[in-house]
Design a protein around this ligand. Structure first.
Ligand SMILES: [Zn+2]
Ligand SMILES: [Zn+2]
Length: 200
């Protein structure tokens, strides 16, 4: 029945928009007030959420993410300018050696007040590109995720000139630069080799 379906859908979509004030990357900006130009500096450390980064290089889940933030009230909302620092762990895409690194990334995002006319049209259009305040709360996590992904190299390497792995035996060439094989180990030639050896 259509009426029942609508009744179950509505609460789900409205609760998805409600932010948990205790979530690690949700900030309450009530103190800032709404007078444009008012600023506040905030430092905030929170545990990294899962999958912060890319598959081959990411911030370990639960490790501290240090944020230095400047919150500024502007006409339409709150402008957040921030810097995030965290540890990174991953592996070299060429030789699979573990990599540790430090992340240091800048980001900036405008969070629109959710009670303005602009905000109403944004919500109606379902524009995911626009960040919204939810009452006095704003969620830094989506912005942090985007900034981290953009800051990471697509192909992290243990060293700039990592020679990778031997295509024949899988040895890590950086550990063994003189590594070579006398003859190509190719199954098509292997039987010939055996024949020749048999003839000697
Ligand atoms: Zn490597
Ligand atoms: Zn080899």
């Amino acid at each position: 029945m259509p009426a029942c379906r609508a009744a179950t859908v509505v609460p789900v979509s409205s609760s998805a928009k409600r932010l948990d004030p205790r979530a690690p990357f949700v900030l309450d900006v009530h103190d800032l007030g709404r007078r444009p130009g008012t600023q506040r500096e905030v430092t905030h450390t929170a545990p990294a959420p899962a999958d912060l980064g890319i598959e081959v290089l990411s911030v370990p889940e639960g490790s501290p993410v240090e944020l230095d933030l400047r919150l500024e009230a502007v006409m339409d909302g709150v402008l957040v300018t921030g810097e995030a620092r965290a540890a990174l762990e991953g592996e070299c895409v060429r030789c699979l050696e573990p990599i540790t690194d430090e992340l240091d990334v800048d980001f900036q995002e405008l969070y629109l007040y959710d009670d303005t006319r602009d905000a109403a049209s944004v919500e109606q259009e379902g524009d995911d590109e626009v960040s919204m305040l939810h009452g006095d709360l704003l969620d830094l996590e989506p912005v942090l995720r985007d900034a981290v992904v953009l800051a990471l190299p697509f192909q992290p390497l243990c060293q700039d000139d990592c020679p990778g792995l031997c295509t024949e035996c899988g040895a890590r060439l950086a550990d063994d630069p003189d590594h070579h094989h006398d003859a190509p180990i190719d199954p098509r030639w292997a039987s010939l080799t055996t024949l020749e050896e048999g003839q000697e």
